[in-house]
Design a protein around this ligand. Sequence first.
Ligand code: GLC
Length: 396
Amino acid sequence: MDLVREARILLEKNRRTIDGHTYTMPSPSTYPYQWLWDSCFHAIVLAQLEPEAAKAELLSLIAQQFPDGMIPHIIFWGKEVSLPFRIAWRGAPTSSITQPPMLAYAAWEIHRRTPDKVFLEKIYPGILSFYKYLIEKRDPQDHHLIGIINPDESGEDNSPRFDGPMHTHTDVSFTRHMLLRHQLVQKNRVCSFDAEICMSKNFWVKDVPFNAILVRNLQALGHIASFLGHKAGEHFALLNEGLIKTAMREYLLSEGVFWSASDHDYTQLRVATWAHFAPLFADLYTKEEADALMERHFNNAETFRAPFGIRTTSKQEPSYRPGGFWRGPIWFGPHWFIYKGLRAYGYKGEAAFILRANLALLERNGFREYFDPETGRAHGAHNFTWGTLTLDMIEE
Ligand code: GLC
């Protein structure tokens, strides 16, 4: 497969322009709108292929930013909203929840490859207010851990990390889980999606990947602010990056790995998922801790290492399902985060394993959504864009 060529074709085929706003659908048949972290992934890849399209993709996200700074996880762009995606309040043109904040990283990546100060100046206020929103509205205890109000905000809709807070069990079906998430949306409508109230009443998870991604993005925000000469923004980014890092280690690290936590009292959600590896992306483990993580989990076939990559849920978890969406299968998004973390820590062999796994999955299945870790069999959406992230791995 000529990956560069195929990636270019797919990203072009999935691209739409509505009222002057250009975005890429993750999959035209299954996911026909614009998604927040997906668009950041697209921008990272397009930064190499077509910088102008990468910039347009991020500016379209900012176009629908809420007055309080939140950026919604789905923008419907005038299309009819089918049932699984009805996560909006009062007929809004977007969903009413957010997704992992990859925006600053993506914007800085565009500029890193093709310097463009005008673009950065244009997008900076929107980016800054998004991160301010997360830090000011999603941390009512002022403990420097950001909360999510629905599993969908993690991007890992039915991950077993959330089984406890969702009051469900290891055998929950895909459909039943979706129903439960819709019931949660219903409850959050009652509290007007006001994060503080919704978190204290309905669902409040301080999620490891979300917070690790935030830390790494605050670093990128710091670079942007410093480049543009915005001292206050630079200070904000640096300060919060440090505070969140410290809080994650204080509240979420036990027995050598990070666990998400819920509610006021930081109950750790002891379900082993790829969230153990996400902190590598934000330099949260010491080298000694990372070495132990590699030995205990990354290179352990009984937990995470599978023939076709790294499982999103450990094989030892009772909730592990090799075809179960976020309950085990391999996804290109987590693979990309893990790969970047491994490279930063200098685990070259392990990183090469992830890249080889991606190439094998793409060769065998083309651009599909998620994969059985044991057999490599593809599941879910067709013409799904996340496989294009592999381009950003090959190049290094
Ligand atoms: C699925 C994924 C989510 C992604 C969306 C669009 O819901 O779980 O992470 O953003 O599809 O691709």
